[in-house]
Design a protein around this ligand. Structure first.
Ligand SMILES: Nc1ncnc2c1ncn2[C@@H]1O[C@H](COP(=O)(O)OP(=O)(O)OP(=O)(O)O)[C@@H](O)[C@H]1O
Ligand SMILES: [Mg+2]
Length: 298
């Protein structure tokens, strides 16, 4: 059997034309999307998906048409957090139809395309070694298709929830014709900040994407019984990190167990608990995104 190593030239696949065509399709598709915001962090488990989902909700509550795409192919969580994991994406006349959640939020994720959303994604190849070799390219191609082949309609904001890893932003920057801004998420622990510093460098120095700023998640603990806030990690370091890397510090979001419960139930915390400190903080972050994107249009 021939493998990719035996192929001379493009092996008759007309690959250049295919990639160009897909790039054009992506540009056409995104021409009806006003702002594209990437939510990233080099570190895993810091709240990227929870914040993406709740930011989508707060932007929608302010009257915007919002979509969200989960680019985590192997660990997607956005569809479940938006309560749409049982809505399967269906083919329409103009691409795949995204799921539609509460507040009219359009959602696309790999789970919506799998027959059983609990199945892992396995890259197929003649041997596992070849599958590993292709994985990065296949992953980028899958993300491109999730964005380019989805019938988003007209959107004010498309949020891109990235998987953990400093190398993930380049994947989407390579694919997308433009990014309006990047939000970088960290928690206050020293280990997280070390890795997040690398993400900031990647976003600013290497890729030169517009950075909206750094957000400090899980800054304190809010007791659901008495409402008291208590310290979770040593404070002040994230503001210093933002200063050191010369990116705006966007503020703190406390840890509130009700956010975790709401996500698990597929409900929007910011909608169910609008007056709580963590919901207020996310609404404030939404305002900053709106101001940033509006200032970019001038
Ligand atoms: N401010 C918060 N208050 C309470 N729970 C939170 C908060 N932020 C995140 N969580 C919870 O922490 C867990 C991890 O969050 P989440 O999945 O959003 O992180 P992530 O950065 O997207 O992870 P991954 O790197 O795996 O993609 C989830 O259970 C989520 O509900
Ligand atoms: Mg995530």
């Amino acid at each position: 059997m021939k493998t990719y190593k035996d192929i001379v030239g493009d092996g008759g696949s007309n690959i250049i034309e295919q990639v160009t065509e897909q790039g054009n399709r992506l540009s056409d598709r995104l021409s009806s999307v006003r702002h594209i915001i990437a939510v990233m962090s080099g570190k895993g488990g810091v709240g990227k998906s929870s914040l993406s989902v709740n930011l989508a909700a707060t932007l929608a509550m302010k009257g915007n048409a919002v979509g969200i795409v989960d680019t985590d192919i192997n660990g997607s969580s956005v569809a479940k957090m938006c309560g749409v994991q049982d809505q399967k994406s269906t083919p329409g006349t103009d691409g795949m139809n995204p799921a539609t959640g509460d507040l009219g939020i359009k959602v696309m994720a790999i789970d919506l395309l799998l027959a059983d959303s609990s199945d892992p994604v396995v890259w197929d190849a003649p041997t596992q070694k070849d599958a590993f070799t292709w994985r990065g390219m296949m992953e980028a191609a899958a993300i491109r298709e999730l964005i380019a082949d989805t019938n988003w309609g007209t959107l004010d904001y498309l949020l891109i929830d990235l998987p953990p890893g400093t190398d993930k932003l380049p994947n989407v920057v390579d694919i997308l014709p433009r990014i309006s801004g990047t939000i970088i998420v960290t928690i206050p622990s020293a280990v997280s900040q070390f890795v997040v510093g690398k993400s900031i460098k990647m976003a600013t120095d290497i890729l030169q994407t517009p950075v909206i700023g750094l957000i400090e998640n899980m800054s304190a603990y809010v007791c659901p019984k008495c409402g008291n806030e208590d310290v979770l990690f040593p404070t002040g370091h994230v503001e210093k990190l933002a200063k050191d890397y010369q990116v705006p510090y966007l503020g703190k979001i406390p840890f509130d167990p009700r956010m975790a419960f709401a996500s698990d139930e597929g409900r929007f915390f910011v909608k169910d608990h609008e007056s709580l400190p963590a919901a207020n903080a996310i609404a404030g972050l939404g305002e900053k995104i709106i101001s940033f994107t509006e200032s970019q249009q001038d």
